[in-house]
Design a protein around this ligand. Structure first.
Ligand code: ADE
Length: 420
């Protein structure tokens, strides 16, 4: 049976399959869930439309859902993050309908989302809410067929909460990012390592002795700042939220306004989820050679339109590096077109952290099916039992054993009479 697809080249399938298997070796929690799913088939006959970064890690999630009996189809959640080898492997080796080509223009990107929606999903799995938005705005007639959805990122969850507040959310959605076993690890260690990896692969610069400005000190920002510091950079943090700014200061970083940081930074990394965090007021102060990149979900954090209008011209100087001439001898640089540098210039988060994020995704899909009748049209957090189970399995697969509370300790924690 031929598998529906729109991908670059099926000839890349062997390379893709080997890379998917390589990632799988780092994803033991997901593998255990897959083994159980094969036996229990909790997703039998459930149509799932997934809009995720098409990476080797995502491929292993697709295999797991499929092992659970789901009829899955995948499209990309960003035009620059698709690994064409993985897309080919998914179609050829695993029979998963896939619609994703790296570097497509906007119309084809949205066309791919339409292709997975054409399969009339009962569950949506989104990363950034593009699929959910299209379903609500262009296919409202399909909403009643959907029992629930999951959302991977902070950015997507913010949008879903806005939809819930406006009374337009058409079905229940679990915000997977809210799980501790997601954001404490994926956002911090995943973004921390992969954003630095993207910067280095794109530029091959030395970070030691450089000033790195991290804009935003959420979980992702904390990860980037700590990894940049670990590589010998002098790290400045900019923040708008006072508690986070205070935390950054007490974590040992210099904290200042974006304008003050603008003239000092060698490398700027935006991780805020907000728009125009780096704008004309900053571009005009940046020194010759300054490099900007973004590790937040959308490509709106650096105001590229303003930069293009200020610059005398631009040219591509390396595959993921665009140089802007700012007058005189001053040139500043943008990596990966301002899109997620960790996925566009590197391979995204390492499989070992995606193991936990995608274990949460798989278990939340199962939970949605089991609880479909009682769920309301709102944003849910990941049930604590699932979060704990993912942590327990991860520790077990890492060979780490921990203590259990004694009966006396349990009684002590539950009571109030025992004092000093
Ligand atoms: N988001 C960040 N890294 C990722 C990866 N490796 N796969 C899928 N989604 C991701």
């Amino acid at each position: 049976m031929s598998v529906e697809h729109d991908i670059l080249d099926l000839e890349l399938a062997d390379e893709g399959r080997l890379k998917i298997e390589w990632a799988d070796r780092q994803m033991p929690v997901l593998a255990r869930i897959r083994e159980r799913f094969e036996k229990e088939r909790p997703l039998d006959g459930v149509k799932i439309a997934a809009c995720l970064h098409v990476t080797t890690e995502t491929a292993n999630l697709m295999r797991t859902l499929s092992a659970g009996g789901a009829d899955v189809a995948l499209c990309a959640s960003n035009p620059l993050s698709t690994q064409d080898t993985t897309a080919a492997g998914l179609v050829e080796a695993y029979g998963i309908p896939t619609f994703a080509i790296r570097g497509v223009a906007e119309t084809q990107y949205y066309g791919h989302i339409k292709s997975v929606l054409d399969r009339r999903p009962m569950i949506t799995m989104d990363d950034g809410n593009d699929l959910v938005t299209m379903l609500h705005t262009q296919r409202p007639d399909q909403l009643h067929e959907v029992i629930g959805g999951t959302e991977e990122t902070t950015t997507g969850i913010i949008r879903l909460r806005a939809m819930e507040a406006d009374g337009v959310l058409g079905y229940p959605v679990v915000g997977v990012n809210e799980a501790l076993t997601k954001h404490l690890f994926d956002n911090r260690y995943g973004t921390g390592q992969s954003a630095i990896d993207g910067i280095i692969r794109a530029t091959n610069i030395l970070l030691a002795g450089r000033t790195v400005v991290v804009c935003g000190y959420g979980m992702c920002g904390r990860g980037v700042a700590s990894r940049a510091k670990g590589m010998g950079a002098d790290v400045i943090v900019t923040e708008v939220e006072p508690t986070r700014a205070l935390e950054a200061a007490m974590d040992g970083f210099r904290v200042m306004t974006g304008r003050d940081a603008a003239s000092q930074g060698d490398v700027f990394v935006t991780v805020t989820g907000n728009k125009h965090v780096l704008d004309s007021q900053h571009f005009e102060l940046m020194k010759d050679g300054a490099i900007m990149c973004n590790a937040g979900h959308f490509d709106i954090e650096i105001n590229l339109q303003a930069l293009r209008s200020m610059a005398n011209g631009s040219r591509r100087v390396r595959q993921e590096v665009e140089e802007f001439s700012m007058g005189g001898d001053r040139r500043i640089y943008v990596l990966a077109e301002g899109r997620l540098v960790n996925l566009a210039a590197a391979e995204g988060h390492p499989a070992a952290v995606m193991d936990m994020s995608f274990a949460n995704q798989a278990l939340c899909a199962e939970w949605m099916v089991q609880n479909a009748a009682s769920l309301q049209k709102k944003v849910y957090v990941v049930p604590t039992e699932i979060d704990r189970e993912v942590a327990r399995l991860k520790l077990e697969t890492m060979g780490v054993r921990i203590d259990e509370l004694t009966a006396g300790q349990r009684t002590y924690l539950e009571g109030w009479q025992e004092g000093t």
